[in-house]
Design a protein around this ligand. Structure first.
Ligand SMILES: Nc1nc2c(ncn2[C@@H]2O[C@H](COP(=O)(O)OP(=O)(O)OP(=O)(O)O)[C@@H](O)[C@H]2O)c(=O)[nH]1
Ligand SMILES: [Mg+2]
Length: 363
C-alpha cells in the first residue's frame, strides 16, 4: 500500500511524514526541499504474531505502508515545468492520497493563502487534483479525435466509446464532481484505470493541529466531516507526533497519556486507511517466512499473487486458502487439511481479509 502525502506548502507534510515513518527528513520553514521523502511504516496486526507462533518461521514480516512526501505546491500538478511531471508520477502510482491540511496557528510562519481555513484548503487541493485529471483527459480526447480520422472501421467503435466515456467524466469533473464520486460502472472504471486519475483515488484528510488545539480535536474533526462526509478525517498534532515518534515506545506512551493525544499518528492513519479506504490483509506462511500483505478489497487471487511477484500472477494456477479463524481453530495446517477447510480457489476467487494463502503457479 502506497500513500502519497499532499498539501499546500508549509502545511506540515514532511512533519507528518516523519511522524508516520519515525523518520527524520528535514522539515522546512523556508524553501522546500526538492527530493521526495520515501518511507515505510509497519502495520500493527496481532494475527501475524499468532501465525508466527504456529509456523515458527525464520522471519516474520509485517505488512507495510509506503509513504511518499513530495515538496512543492500542488499548483504545479500536471504542469510540465518545474516539479510538475515528476511530482505527478509519484501521485499517480499511489493507492491513496493523504491530504494534510494546516490548522495550527503560527504567526512566524504565514499560511501561503494568508489565513487558516481548512475548508478553503481542502477545496483548493481538490480543484488542483481535478485540473490535473482534466488536463490528461483533454489531451487524450484530442488524440482520440485525431486517431478517429485515420482509424480502421474495426478500431472506430473502441475509440468512440472511450471518447464518449471521457467526455462524460470531463463534464462531471467540470461540475466539481471528482471521479470517485461519479458512480461509474465497474467496466468504465476498468477502462480508465490506466490513467491513474488523481480524483479517482481514495483520499483521507489529516488535520495538522497545534499543541494548543488538542482539546478541540473532536470539534475540528467534526467540522470537516460535516463539510466533506466523503473523506475519512484524522486530527493530529504533526509536530508533537514527530517528536513522540523519535522517543522510545514506553516513554512515548507515557507522554501520550499525560497530554491526552490519544492514538498515535501512525496507528490512526493506518486504521483510517484500512477500514475506510477498504484495504485488507492476507497472509503467506511457511518455514522461511510468515508475512502479511496489504491489498485493496475486491482483489482477485491472481492479482494478490501479483503483489508478491509478477511471475506468480502470470503463471497462476490456483490458490490454497484457509481463513485465519479456521486455521486457528484447527491449530495447524495438517489438521485443517484433514477437516477439509483448506479450499482450492481459482482465478475468479476474491481474496478476503485474514485469508492464509498458498499460491500454486507455473512459469
Ligand atoms: N507550530 C507548529 N508548527 C508546525 C506544525 N507542523 C509543522 N510545523 C512547522 O511548519 C513548518 C513546515 O513544516 P513541514 O513539515 O516542512 O511542511 P511541508 O508541508 O512539508 O512544507 P513544504 O515541503 O515546504 O511544502 C516547519 O517549520 C514545521 O516545524 C505544528 O503542528 N505546529
Ligand atoms: Mg516538505
Amino acid at each position: 500500500m502506497k500513500i502519497a502525502i499532499i498539501g499546500l506548502p508549509k502545511s506540515g507534510k514532511t512533519t507528518i511524514f516523519n511522524a508516520l515513518t519515525k523518520g527524520q527528513a528535514t522539515t522546512s520553514s523556508y524553501s522546500p526541499s526538492l527530493a521526495p521523502n520515501i518511507g515505510i511504516a509497519k502495520v500493527p496486526d496481532s494475527r501475524l504474531a499468532a501465525l508466527s507462533n504456529m509456523f515458527h518461521p525464520k522471519k516474520t514480516t509485517d505488512a507495510e505502508v509506503n509513504y511518499v512526501d513530495i515538496a512543492g505546491s500542488p499548483k504545479t500538478l500536471g504542469s510540465k515545468e518545474g516539479l510538475g511531471g515528476e511530482f505527478l508520477s509519484y501521485l499517480t502510482t499511489a493507492d491513496a492520497l493523504l491530504q494534510v491540511i494546516r490548522v495550527f496557528e503560527d504567526a512566524a510562519l504565514p499560511h501561503p493563502e494568508g489565513s487558516i481555513s481548512a475548508k478553503r484548503d481542502v477545496d483548493i487541493l481538490n480543484m488542483e487534483l481535478s485540473f490535473s485529471d482534466l488536463a490528461i483527459i483533454e489531451k487524450r480526447i484530442q488524440k482520440l479525435k485525431t486517431g478517429l480520422r485515420s482509424a480502421r472501421t474495426s478500431e472506430r467503435e473502441t475509440y468512440q466509446k472511450e471518447q464518449t466515456l471521457l467526455e462524460k467524466i470531463k463534464l462531471s469533473l467540470e461540475a466539481d464532481v471528482p471521479i470517485r464520486g461519479q458512480n461509474l460502472e465497474k467496466d468504465e472504471l476498468k477502462k480508465i484505470s490506466n490513467y491513474q486519475f488523481l480524483t479517482a483515488k481514495p483520499m483521507l484528510i489529516a488535520l495538522n493541529i497545534g499543541e494548543n488545539q488538542l482539546e478541540q480535536r473532536a470539534f475540528l474533526t467534526e467540522k470537516i466531516i460535516s463539510l466533506h462526509p466523503e473523506f475519512p478525517v484524522a486530527a493530529l498534532c504533526g509536530k508533537l507526533e514527530m517528536e513522540l515518534g523519535q522517543m522510545e515506545e514506553e516513554e512515548a506512551t507515557e507522554f501520550r497519556k499525560e497530554m491526552g493525544t490519544g492514538m498515535s499518528a501512525q496507528d490512526s492513519i493506518v486504521d483510517l486507511s484500512y477500514h475506510l479506504l477498504n484495504f485488507i490483509s492476507f497472509f503467506t506462511t511457511g518455514p522461511d517466512e510468515v508475512k502479511a500483505w496489504t491489498v485493496p478489497t475486491g482483489i482477485s487471487a491472481p492479482e494478490a499473487a501479483g503483489k508478491i511477484h509478477s511471475d506468480l500472477q502470470r503463471g497462476f494456477i490456483r490458490a490454497e486458502v484457509i481463513s485465519y479463524d479456521d486455521l486457528m481453530k484447527c491449530g495447524n495446517m495438517a489438521e485443517a487439511r484433514k477437516q477439509g477447510l483448506l479450499r482450492k480457489e481459482g482465478k475468479q476467487y476474491i481474496v478476503q481479509d485474514g485469508d492464509v494463502i498458498t499460491f500454486l503457479f507455473n512459469i
